[in-house]
Design a protein around this ligand. Structure first.
Ligand code: NAD
Length: 376
């Protein structure tokens, strides 16, 4: 039976990379019943919204979507379609695998990190108080009167909510993912030494979940905790140290589970370790629905040029195949992408030593090479 999948082309270079990804996925032999939907800046006029209701309804029906990047114009009162989708469908996991493929230009050659980023809370919850507003003054007064602390009167404020339930479900998701995909270790990232009531809660609940998953949490002394046992190893790292460790010895890390804000930054950092945005796939996942999309944006300056690298989008399709349980097809597709990158003959401009290399392949030529490789 064909898998129903909502296909959203996006805008900018989105339609080009989504079109070739669709061809590549069809060439795996897995059958899809594509439900094509429009969203983004280009459909604002037609539907009065960048994210028309029927698009969200379609994902509710198919449960799975493959989505091209969508532009968020700055300062037009235009809500980000990406953020809206995550909220409406409760996609609380942002999954970003960062894996090195030989042939990609990168400083590191032994990186295979899975970023599991919480997608709904933290500084990105959107609970903000504008400088100079009466409610902001009220909050400043409340903070001082309640003994929480003094805030300068001319401040703007963004709140950082982190909940027990939100932490519990994402850390458990990371353990479940580790078991499903035979990964060895989960590292929880935090700044609990400074933000005791948000990151402190995150670490405390993370440790509880680790214990429920068979890890022994041993408190050796104040601030010194060791983790023993468990079929999946567990450890914690303070976020600043984590950044340094990733740059110095990324090969030591496996799955990182992070609150929203650190997750955003470290997923770009980790994408940089394996060659940049052109090869970084992603997925937004909840208990009911999943939306697969590249980490990068719509790169509008290259629109219509058949130029940009579709690897991140194609590898997001590979993640979708795994999500659907089509492991053999996913492996075949991933191996074909790896082989074409390694050979280097049909790679796009961004994978070349010289970005103006006239022999660089077009987006569609690169995808055609992947299809030929799968058919070998
Ligand atoms: P971007 O990722 O679109 O592009 C930044 C630069 O990265 C490009 O100029 C290009 O040089 C390079 N790049 C990106 N993708 C590439 C690819 N596939 N192949 C080769 N090079 C590539 O980031 P931006 O310019 O900050 O954002 C453009 C728009 O996309 C913004 O409106 C932003 O809000 C939106 N955006 C959307 C998503 C999404 O839909 N999930 C994610 C990020 C940004």
């Amino acid at each position: 039976m064909a898998y129903p999948v909502t296909l959203i082309s996006g805008d900018g270079t989105g339609p080009e990379i989504v079109a070739v990804t669709k061809k590549v996925l069809d060439a795996t032999g897995v059958e899809f019943d594509w439900v094509e939907m429009e969203a983004g800046v280009d459909v604002m006029e037609k539907y009065g919204s960048p994210l028309p209701d029927h698009v969200v309804d379609s994902i509710r029906e198919t449960k799975v979507a493959l989505k091209g990047p969508i532009t968020t114009p700055v300062g037009h009162g235009f809500r980000s379609v990406n953020v809206a989708l995550r909220k409406m469908l409760n996609l609380y996991v942002c999954l970003r695998p960062c894996k090195y493929y030989p042939g990609v230009r990168s400083r590191y050659d032994n990186v295979d990190i899975i970023i599991v980023r919480e997608n709904t809370e933290d500084l990105y919850a959107g609970v903000e108080f504008e400088q100079g507003k009466p409610e902001t003054a009220q909050l400043i007064k409340f903070a001082e009167e309640s003994g929480a602390g003094k805030i300068r009167e001319d401040s703007g404020i963004s709140l950082k909510p982190i909940s027990v339930s939100g932490t519990r479900r994402i850390v458990q998701w990371a353990f479940d993912y580790a078991r499903k995909y035979n990964r060895k270790k989960v590292t929880i990232v935090h700044k609990a030494n400074i933000m005791k009531y948000s990151d402190g809660l995150w670490l405390k609940v993370g440790r509880e979940v680790a214990e429920e998953n068979g890890v022994k949490v041993v408190h050796k002394a104040e601030g010194w905790v060791v983790y023993e046992g468990g079929d999946v190893e567990f450890e914690d790292r303070i976020v600043d140290n984590m950044c340094m460790q990733l740059v110095q010895k990324p090969e030591l890390y496996d799955i990182l589970v992070l609150p929203n804000f650190y997750g955003d930054i470290l997923s770009d950092l980790s994408a940089g370790l394996v060659g940049g945005l052109g090869v970084a796939p992603g997925a937004n996942i909840g208990d009911e629905y999943a939306v697969f999309e590249a980490t990068h944006g719509s790169a509008p300056k290259y629109k219509g040029m058949d130029k940009v690298n579709p690897s991140a989008m194609i590898l997001s399709g590979m993640l979708m195949l795994r999500h659907l349980g089509e492991t053999e097809a996913a492996d075949r597709l991933e191996n074909a992408v790896a082989a074409v990158i390694k050979e280097g003959k049909y790679t796009t401009y961004d994978m070349r030593e010289n970005r103006d290399d006239p022999t660089a392949a077009k987006c569609s030529e690169y995808a055609a090479a992947i299809i030929r490789e799968m058919e070998k």
